[in-house]
Write a protein that binds this ligand. Sequence first.
Ligand code: PAF
Length: 294
Amino acid sequence: MERLDDPTLLRAQCDAWRAAGDTLAFVPTMGALHAGHLALVDEARRRADRVVVSIFVNPTQFGPGEDLDSYPRTLEADAAACAEGGVAALFAPRAEAMYPPGDQTRVTVQGVAHDLCGAHRPGHFEGVATVVSKLFNVVGPCVAVFGRKDYQQLQVLKRLARDLFFPIEVVGVATVREPDGLALSSRNVYLSPEDRARALAIPRGLSAAANAYAEGERRADALVGTARAIIEAAVDRIDYVTLADADDVTPLADDESIAAPPRSGRAVLAVAARVGKTRLIDNLVLGEDPPPLR
Ligand code: PAF
């Protein structure tokens, strides 16, 4: 596995592989890799000859008071996992390499980035879109693989790739969960045992809504209410429990139904909640994703 920290050298390596006839798949991450990330690497390996992973804790996507400084950093363990997973190149730049002195450009995605995390973390998706644009420009034509746990991020990055004509296919991979339903996240390491037990209300709430959906419920207020009642009894704060159109991520109003026009019939139930100091997100595309608990 090549280990690189210079964007120019990564670009040269990716160009050389393509010139030799190899296809590339790219997995952008912030490190602290867990089985969810390794599922992205596996999918990348299935789709291309060479897999590139980036590890960069991107400062521009963290707001004031968020966990930029304490975000888990486990580079050597991550590098070992990447080598084991068949990664061809690991790119782990320093902040100055991605944002050299004088850097002034930011990339903003509108509509799809507006609600949910866009409303609760001002500037977050601008930071994500900016760093991913830089990374896409360095890696070049490839398949880029992201987790569906960050559902809105995935839709933002699909829109970004389409709108800016990046020669990149953006694909999503199903959320990996613990046996008790908790979605894997690098931030789970912050949870005390008590907080972790309370966090299980999130997969429980999503599963209850999925069951209601399976029994024919399509009204937004009923589906959201079912999940919310379970989650708010356990967590410290809910940022949102929202039913949104699965394609454009616009929230459904309380009196809307998934099944009635203008809705497409596909909807994502998305949650962001705080347990202790930890902000957790999770989601289900109703009728498509398996409920976290069966
Ligand atoms: O999902 C993440 O880990 C990050 O938001 C990403 C896409 C690597 C951009 O920093």
